[in-house]
Design a protein around this ligand. Structure first.
Ligand SMILES: *[C@@H]1O[C@H](CO)[C@@H](O)[C@H](O)[C@H]1NC(C)=O
Ligand SMILES: *[C@@H]1O[C@H](CO)[C@@H](O)[C@H](O)[C@H]1NC(C)=O
Length: 309
């Protein structure tokens, strides 16, 4: 069933969209291999071959330029040449938490990212750090302004949980001169059963987008994207009524992902590849949850299902 035939009209009415063309599909990619080593240019080339051979994706986003655990991965220097030859764009992520901003910026500067032309889509400073409380709004705004100074022609943004963008806690960021807003939304982490997952996801995005539009007084002053959505596959942990499994992941993709793209919103699927070495996360219910099987591809880059829309 096509998604927009089941979406309640309220969601559409609360968030008039600035764009009518289909949204752009992207993938979140990690910067380490299953054995924990840093991905090199050839690892990213293999990633892009799998992604482009099995989906319509035109862009990927990363989270860290060195590594969130301090390894000198130099991800921008590895991923940008691979992306340029593959013809895929990159939204470079920085992980400034825990005093890493300078190290992250140095890894970006070293890659001379603007020399890759359109391959560099933009740069995001931070991912859900406001939600986690690992940096303040003032710190984030300072970093965004510094990055803008160094890269005046590159769109600079940040990613955080949809409800932070919707409920006012991100307003000083929205008005900071930022050009990209990535709102993350997971019906799974809201413990929604699959049958209600797409409605919940759309409602999350509609609330976040509507608030950004209200604060900016514009439909499109800031480019709004869904920074992450996803559903855990087989081997993953259930979250209340949200049940992990490859079939459920596929159903969520066909309904939620294809639906939001139809609606004209750019989005990033979290994530491209399973990360069997990733540590468990602690969910909002205080229980351990596996973050290892969220890939729509296995860690050996085999597609789990047909990712066409
Ligand atoms: C707003 O959203 C943030 C981010 O998820 C959350 O931490 C905070 O508790 C929310 N605040 C209110 C007033 O709902
Ligand atoms: C379905 O999702 C909507 C939007 O998130 C929510 O308000 C509602 O309570 C959910 N329904 C059920 C049965 O969980």
């Amino acid at each position: 069933m096509r998604f927009h035939t089941v979406l309640p009209c309220v969601a559409l009415a609360t968030a008039p969209l600035a764009v009518s063309a289909a949204g752009t599909l992207g993938f979140a990619v990690g910067n380490t291999n299953p054995d924990g080593t840093c991905k090199t240019q050839s690892d990213f080339e293999a990633d892009f071959k799998a992604i482009q051979g099995n989906s319509q994706a035109q862009i990927v986003r990363t989270y860290s330029s060195s590594d969130q655990y301090g390894n000198p991965c130099n991800t921008p220097s590895e991923i940008l040449p691979a992306a340029k030859s593959a013809g895929i764009q990159v939204l470079l992520g920085m992980w400034p938490d825990g005093g890493a901003y300078e190290r992250e910026k140095a890894a970006i500067d070293k890659a001379d990212p603007t020399s890759f032309g359109d391959t560099l889509y933009g740069i995001t400073v931070g991912s859900e750090g406001m939600y986690r409380g690992t940096y303040s709004a003032q710190e984030l705004i300072g970093w965004i302004k510094q990055m803008k100074q160094t890269y005046p022609d590159t769109p600079i943004g940040t990613a955080d949980s949809w409800n932070g963008w919707a409920n006012g806690t991100m307003d000083s960021i929205i008005t900071s001169g930022i050009e990209l807003i990535l709102a993350n939304g997971f019906s799974y982490w809201q413990y929604q059963e699959l049958s209600n997952a797409t409605t919940t996801y759309f409602d999350d995005m509609a609330q976040a987008l509507a608030h950004v539009q209200e604060v900016t007084g514009s439909l499109d002053k800031i480019h709004f994207m869904n920074g992450e959505t996803g559903w855990p596959g087989t081997g993953g942990t259930d979250a209340g009524a949200a049940k992990a499994g490859d079939d459920n992941m596929k159903t969520y993709w066909k309904s939620a992902v294809c639906g939001l793209l139809d609606w004209g919103v750019d989005l990033f699927w979290f994530e491209a590849f399973d990360e069997p070495n990733k540590a468990d996360a602690i969910g909002d219910n205080g229980q351990k949850a596996s973050e290892q099987y969220w890939g729509s591809f296995t860690s050996s880059r085999k597609p789990k299902f047909d990712m066409s829309c």
